[in-house]
Design a binder for this molecule. Structure first.
Ligand SMILES: [Mg+2]
Length: 256
């Protein structure tokens, strides 16, 4: 793989590494419920090797709530970004977007809680600064109803926006912040903590929400989309197993 050769060469020549990974569908296979997306022990071990390297900084940036994400990864020395980067914490970095308010989110939670019994299989996940409406469990003929509910929330609450992912509407404050903005914030603050010299930046994600990061990091990072969808990323990998290969190669190159 061209990408692996390039990483081997650059890391072999002593470059530092900033690696930002999405979680679901990137570090863990996509599964039928969000609760079931568990990090494999071997992947955690490799991430731990990366996070422990003097020459590497590791971040995990997800639509999940910050505390949920931290609990699932459970590694020290990692920078965690929750709610698409509205909240960031780890390795001496701490951020909460100053304009991210939860009032509209809390009100929407109450409204949707009332609407959901009419949609069997739909589920709400409250994440503090964002709110996910999951509908992987809803029968396909009812998906237009889910879409109408989401559209009606956005008509009524102009302060919110919705990010669409794998059978999920993620309601967030409309403040122009996304994974792209968050990834740039992270890179800017992690880079000065590395030893001087060349730094390779890498971003890996599998979803439409990661496209903002591929675009925001253009020219600055090696960008990698998991899966075969059209993408702004420079590289593709086929699936989570290839992400794991990538992780192991990076950890070995840094240890050499
Ligand atoms: Mg994902």
């Amino acid at each position: 793989m061209r990408l692996l050769d390039r990483l081997d060469r650059e890391l072999g020549e002593g470059a530092g590494l900033i690696a930002i990974f999405d979680y679901d569908g990137t570090l863990t296979p996509l599964v039928s419920t969000p609760e079931a997306a568990v990090l494999a022990p071997s992947v955690r071990a490799t991430l731990g090797r990366l996070a422990g390297s003097e020459r590497a900084r590791l971040a995990i940036l997800s639509g999940r709530g910050l505390s949920d994400l931290k609990a699932r990864v459970a590694l020290d020395g990692v920078v965690y970004g929750g709610c698409h980067g509205l909240e960031i914490d780890g390795r001496h970095l701490r951020f909460r977007h100053p304009r991210a308010r939860s009032s509209g989110i809390a009100a929407t939670r109450r409204e949707l809680t009332d609407a959901l019994p009419a949609l069997p299989g739909a589920r709400l996940e409250f994440k503090g600064l964002s709110l996910a409406l999951h509908y992987r469990g809803v029968r396909p003929e009812r998906w237009p109803d889910v879409e109408e509910i989401a559209a009606s929330v956005l008509r009524r609450r102009r302060e919110l926006t919705a990010i669409q992912g794998h059978r999920i509407f993620d309601f967030m404050p409309r403040i122009g912040w996304d994974k792209g903005q968050a990834a740039r914030w992270m890179v800017k603050r992690m880079a000065p903590t590395l030893p001087n010299g060349r730094v390779v930046v890498l971003y890996v994600g599998d979803d439409t929400t990661d496209e903002s990061a591929f675009t925001a990091l253009r020219g600055r990072a090696l960008t990698i989309r998991v899966g075969t969808c059209p993408t702004a990323a420079q590289y593709h990998v086929r699936g989570v197993r290839e992400v794991q290969t990538l992780l192991r190669r990076m950890a070995s190159a840094l240890a050499a």
